[in-house]
Design a protein around this ligand. Structure first.
Ligand SMILES: [Zn+2]
Length: 265
């Protein structure tokens, strides 16, 4: 099959529209058996009346891909990276060994996935690099696993795609699939890091990013008073309340972790 003819089955649970650019491509395992119709089954589950409080943009098995959430919408797959990520679910399990990841089924699944992920890297100018949790916290752009997102933002305990997921082999497949469209990571001028969507703001700051922060606080139930673009005592109290609610240091300074907690909420 070709990644240009991917069927679409709308998942039941997702957030319509996204305010942020796509910065990270998150790799998951479906924790489902390696069957010919695993992608179709999981997509049907995401869409059906017994749908989980979760979804992903794409489900991939050994012979097909099903899209479940539009790229323009936010899927619920990796809290902390949902607002700026795309989620890719793979047939198989996080407990798979390196040997399991090398069987014919996994090889076919990874090849299909790499072709799709390569298109997304091209589309969004995302460097073909694997991000560790510290890279995610630093706002770097690239490809990562659910486990790295869990470790970076502490909003999920999922460990997929597992310690034996063949990261380097997978990245090589993505690069190969991009052909001449591949750009060495060092040459992604200014694109290896997301533009500052989460500037550090503290009392006394003003401007549109403060207004954005105030609106976001209000949306999440932490009333900052008027969204007037002035970071005063009301905004300070709201930021501290949000930080406390998310288990962060309540210093009243809205830095990357506070933004991520609010955006992911
Ligand atoms: Zn996952």
């Amino acid at each position: 099959m070709s990644v240009t003819t991917v069927p679409f089955v709308q998942a039941r649970n997702y957030t319509g529209g996204r305010a942020n650019a796509i910065d990270v491509l998150v790799i998951h395992t479906m924790e489902s058996p390696e069957k010919p119709d695993t992608a179709e089954s999981v997509a049907a589950w995401f869409a059906g009346s017994t749908a989980p409080q979760a979804s992903a943009h794409y489900c991939i098995d050994g012979n097909s891909i099903v899209q479940c959430v539009r790229d323009e919408d936010v899927a619920w797959h990796a809290p902390g990276a949902n607002h700026n990520g795309l989620g890719f679910e793979h047939a198989g399990r996080a407990a798979q060994t390196a040997h399991d990841w090398s069987d014919d089924y996994s090889l076919a699944c990874l090849e299909l996935s790499a072709e799709l992920v390569a298109r997304k890297c091209e589309e969004h100018h995302i460097p073909v690099v694997w991000l560790q949790s510290a890279d995610l916290r630093a706002g770097r752009r690239g490809i990562t696993g659910h486990v790295q997102v869990s470790d970076a933002f502490k909003r999920s305990d999922h460990r997929d795609p597992g310690t034996s997921f063949p990261v380097q082999r997978y990245l090589a497949l993505v690069r190969a699939s991009m052909g001449t469209a591949w750009v060495p990571p060092a040459e992604h001028r200014g694109k290896d890091k997301a533009p500052s969507q989460d500037p550090t703001l503290k009392q006394g700051a003003n401007g549109y990013q403060v207004t954005r922060l105030q609106r976001l606080l209000a949306q999440r139930g932490f009333d900052p008073g008027a969204a007037d673009g002035d970071f005063g005592p009301g905004t300070l109290r709201a930021v501290q309340a949000a930080q406390t609610a998310h288990g962060l240091d309540a210093d009243g300074i809205a830095g990357p972790l506070t933004w991520h907690a609010l955006l992911a909420g």
